[in-house]
Design a protein around this ligand. Structure first.
Ligand code: CTP
Length: 403
């Protein structure tokens, strides 16, 4: 098993691959991990090799693939499972079939992958995939609960069309979601103030119903909020994203809402046990006074007047001791004065200001330029990716929580 000791344990990820049709996504996952600067070490079961040849994984991981053959045929020595377990900092099983999950839950170690799992001491992530009926079966659900209770991170399956042609929940999480979970597990060793905290993030623009087909909305894409939710998750927080733009296959809880009233109710529920609230959503300030059940007809009208009434100010209404609140102020122009006034009026801990008229940033864009108003002063972040902005905001939140 020479070679395993040469690689850096801190950056090595054991990737257990089992025999599920979602295995084609594992090839992309392994490529992605390499792109993230990590060293994937692939361990496959025999069933996995009926779907994808080991050579494919060896090529994308740039390392030999470990399997039952290598375990017994001398190249790996007698203790390949122990050596493999010692060589990595995190283990991910993707796809994780019902069969392998059952073995992991009961401690059966009849192949290299499950034996390695038993010998491994670090964080383990599983990405289940199977037919919806198999997924819902009491046996599978029991096994998943057992694993979760033991600290295994069980990634949610996605809803949609399954390989068997049926519809339901059982699709494997996307390679991006799994990569994020791996990065989180690796980062969790450096635990900051957000680790273990409950964080509620809102994102997207609300839609206020005019009638059965129309609404008042705005152009918010939800990207900044998503980046913030991802960043909090990466830092080990338990995240709930309340959003009008639900992402598919997030690694954390997503509550899908439409209107300001729905968002207010969902946030009200979620913040009860939360430590941090980040209101990145573009909440409508007004909604139509009447929600017409049918469709307003044009008829002979030349004009149409809608009466609008104020919506609830979610941020202002969630103030309570022990809840660190972050607001956003998207202003038309360099109106830091307005942002400062908003921070004071809403009594919040941190306000993130951005100028929506600035070139190439803000609504819908992948980039942003922000100024953070904190209790201590103002911090400017020049134009950069929304992910980098989220990083800077999370740093400020951590400073606030620690201080
Ligand atoms: N916000 C909220 N509930 C609302 C409106 C806004 O919680 N009904 C939150 C936003 O999510 C944001 C912050 O309050 O974090 C500031 O929102 P913004 O629209 O910039 O400010 P307003 O308070 O609506 O003031 P104005 O429209 O006059 O700029």
């Amino acid at each position: 098993m020479s070679g395993l000791h040469d690689v850096s344990v801190a950056r090595t990820v054991l990737v257990g691959v089992t025999g599920g049709i979602a295995i084609y996504k594992s090839v992309e996952l392994v490529r992605g991990l390499v792109k993230d600067g990590l060293r994937p070490l692939v361990v496959t079961t025999e069933a996995a090799q009926r779907f994808v040849m080991p050579l494919t994984f060896a090529a994308v991981s740039q390392a030999p693939v470990l399997d039952d053959q290598s375990a017994w045929q001398g190249s790996g020595g007698w203790f390949q499972h122990i050596e493999a377990a010692r060589a990595a900092s995190v283990m991910v099983v993707a796809p994780a079939t019902a069969n392998t999950l059952a073995k992991m839950a009961t401690g059966i170690a009849d192949n290299l992958l499950t034996a390695t799992y038993l010998a491994f001491r670090g964080p383990v992530i599983v990405a289940p995939t199977m037919n919806w009926a198999m997924h819902q079966h009491d046996a599978t659900q029991h096994n998943l609960r057992l694993l979760a209770d033991r600290g295994v991170e069980v990634l949610p399956t996605e809803q949609g069309e399954l390989a068997c042609g049926e519809e339901g929940s059982g699709r494997m999480a996307s390679p991006e979601t799994i990569r994020l979970a791996v990065r989180r597990a690796l980062a969790a060793s450096a635990r900051g103030p957000l680790a273990g905290k409950r964080v509620v993030v809102t994102s997207g623009g609300t839609r206020e119903r005019i009638d059965a087909v129309r609404f008042i909305g705005n152009r918010s894409s939800g990207k900044m909020g998503r980046a913030l939710a991802d960043e909090a998750y990466l830092r080990g927080a338990t995240v709930t994203l309340v959003t009008t733009q639900p992402p598919t296959g997030a690694a954390y809880d997503v509550v899908s809402v439409e209107s300001a009233a729905e968002m207010a109710a969902a946030v009200g529920d979620a913040v009860r046990s939360a430590d941090v609230l980040v209101m990145a959503a573009a909440v409508a300030d007004f909604r139509p006074a009447v929600d017409e059940r049918g469709k307003i007809e044009r008829g002979e009208r030349e004009t149409l007047t809608l009466e609008l009434v104020r919506t609830v100010d979610i941020l202002a209404s969630t103030a309570r001791p022990g809840l660190y609140r972050v607001g956003f102020a998207a202003e038309a122009g360099p109106r830091l004065d307005r942002a400062r006034a908003k921070k004071a009026a809403k009594g919040i801990d941190l306000l993130v200001f951005n100028d929506i008229l600035a070139e190439g940033v803000g609504i819908g864009s992948d980039e942003n330029e922000i100024t953070m108003l904190t209790a201590e002063g103002e911090v400017h972040v020049p134009r950069t990716s929304k992910a980098a902005c989220a990083h800077a905001v999370a740093d400020q939140i951590e400073k606030g929580l620690a201080g």
